[in-house]
Design a protein around this ligand. Structure first.
Ligand SMILES: O=C[C@H](O)[C@@H](O)[C@@H](O)[C@H](O)C(=O)O
Length: 465
């Protein structure tokens, strides 16, 4: 059966169709936050088969497979790639209403030219045809980036990473930039069992022995400099529960010393360390002109048995519901007070926070750049038609959607860039609907400016690309 994705997919009026086909469709892609593997880009890897590139690291699909009663051996276990692929073929027909259904068919159509509904019956032939194409030079990861007109890739990188792949890629003449993002979560994770190992690793890459909090901060500053020298334009922080506990540097130094000795810390002490360290990093980000991305309120690793079996980021995270407004206000204001609030992108995994984040952003805007503080795009479980519309309507209702830096894939798969098409269709339909409903004038020049800005130009300006 032919697929349902027509050229006007998700575009329900003439204005939407004109905006998408005439403006959004061919704009370059700036994917400023994802988890793509920089080594695979350097190697210009060809994936062996559709399971590896589709299912290999995508915990969205793993959750759908589990929800469909598929055994773990066919998901992250020891079944063959083909057996796992057939399990996905059995599952996709049961995903109506989930973006996975749309993404699956968009990817088959856009990358492989396969205009078929994906299910158990069509899976074997699709496996053969797609794998044949995956083996060709046109399906190396760099070829995939070029064919998608990807201009910028923001990977996610630990401060101790040597960035060797990014450095090597920067020496080559590419149509796209692969920029490292500074993700210091392990340096803020003072509660974690491997925190001291990470501190030692930080010391090793900076040629220092970190035995004091001053030395720790100095080492972090050196890594910020190193990342900046190699094209970093942004940091990223995963914050499960937002914190704000003020303390002097001397108090935090004493807390750090206790941790080095393996002494137990109170929750307050840990929050004092996290607060002081994040504020110090925020100042460094501002000095570098970086953006600070805050991904807040995931509830991670809910399934202890499966965490021990297959580790983090494996589909057992969900939406947390801590309060965020007060602490976020204090964090941002502490930096604003000293003129060191960096460009900031606020994401929450809980849609209950959307009005909070959109209104919070409005407290700290200034002339540095339009939309200096962004209410960030719908993230993870919210990366759906309803979730994206909800986030954009909230932003428009409370802030200025015209300065929105648009979406990102946050993905681990090189086939995910068609999610930008998905977003652009939803955006153009939203704007087109406002026109058709008489809520905004049919000023096509201005509407095209909105579309170019949100899909491409705003992010280019915001990240100084
Ligand atoms: O969209 C889902 C995301 O990729 C999710 O896996 C990440 O947000 C990850 O948990 C992280 O902390 O960066």
């Amino acid at each position: 059966m032919k697929t349902f994705i027509t050229e006007d997919f998700l575009l329900y009026n003439d204005t939407a169709r004109e905006l998408y086909h005439g403006t959004a469709k061919d704009l370059p892609i700036i994917d400023y936050h994802n988890h793509l593997n920089d080594e695979e880009i350097l190697q210009d890897k060809n994936y062996d088969n559709l399971s590896q590139i589709w299912l290999g690291g995508d915990h969205y699909k793993w959750r759908a497979l589990r929800a469909n009663g598929i055994d773990e051996s066919y998901i992250t276990g020891d079944k063959s790639d083909y057996e796992k692929f057939l399990a996905w073929g059995k599952t996709v027909p049961n995903t109506f209403g989930n973006p996975l259904y749309h993404w699956t068919h968009l990817e088959l159509l856009r990358y492989f030219g396969i205009d078929e509904v994906f299910n158990e019956e069509s899976a074997p032939a699709i496996w053969e045809e797609a794998n044949r194409k995956l083996a060709t030079p046109e399906f190396s990861v760099r070829s995939l980036l070029k064919r998608d007109n990807v201009e910028f890739v923001g990977t996610t990188d630990d401060p101790t990473d040597d960035l060797a792949n990014h450095i090597a890629l920067a020496k080559e003449d590419q149509s796209f930039t692969v920029s490292p993002s500074f993700r210091p979560d392990k340096g803020l994770g003072i509660e974690k069992g491997d925190f001291l190992d990470w501190v030692e690793k930080l010391g090793n890459v900076t040629g220092s022995s970190i035995s004091t909090y001053d030395a720790f901060l100095q080492a972090l500053a050196e890594r910020v400099d190193f990342f900046d020298q190699h094209g970093c334009r942004s940091s990223d922080h995963g914050i499960n529960v937002l914190y704000f506990e003020q303390a002097s540097k001397e108090e935090v130094s004493a807390i750090f010393a206790k941790r080095l000795k393996g002494e137990k810390l109170s929750e307050k002490e840990m929050d004092q360390f996290r607060t002081y360290t994040l504020l110090t990093l925020g100042e460094l980000y501002a000095d570098k002109g970086w953006a600070m991305q805050l991904h807040i309120s995931p509830l991670r690793n809910n399934n202890t048995r499966m965490f021990h079996q297959i580790g983090p980021d494996s589909g057992f995270d969900s939406i947390g519901d801590p309060l965020v407004a007060e602490k976020l206000s204090r964090l941002l204001d502490e930096l604003e007070k000293i003129g060191k609030l960096p460009k900031t992108v606020l994401y929450s995994l809980n849609a209950k926070d959307y009005n909070v984040l959109a209104s919070m952003a409005g407290n700290f805007q200034n002339a540095e750049v339009p939309g200096k503080v962004q209410f960030g795009t719908a993230w993870w479980f919210n990366d759906t038609i309803d979730g994206m519309e909800d986030q954009m309507k909230t932003l428009a209702n409370i802030g200025l959607i015209s300065n929105f830096i648009g979406m990102l894939t946050d993905s681990r798969s090189f086939l995910s860039f068609s999610r930008h098409e998905y977003f652009r269709r939803i955006l153009c339909n939203l704007l087109g609907t406002w026109v058709e409903e008489g809520k905004v004038p049919k000023d096509m020049e201005l509407l095209r400016k909105y579309v170019r800005g949100i899909c491409y130009e705003n992010a280019k300006r915001y990240f100084s690309i």
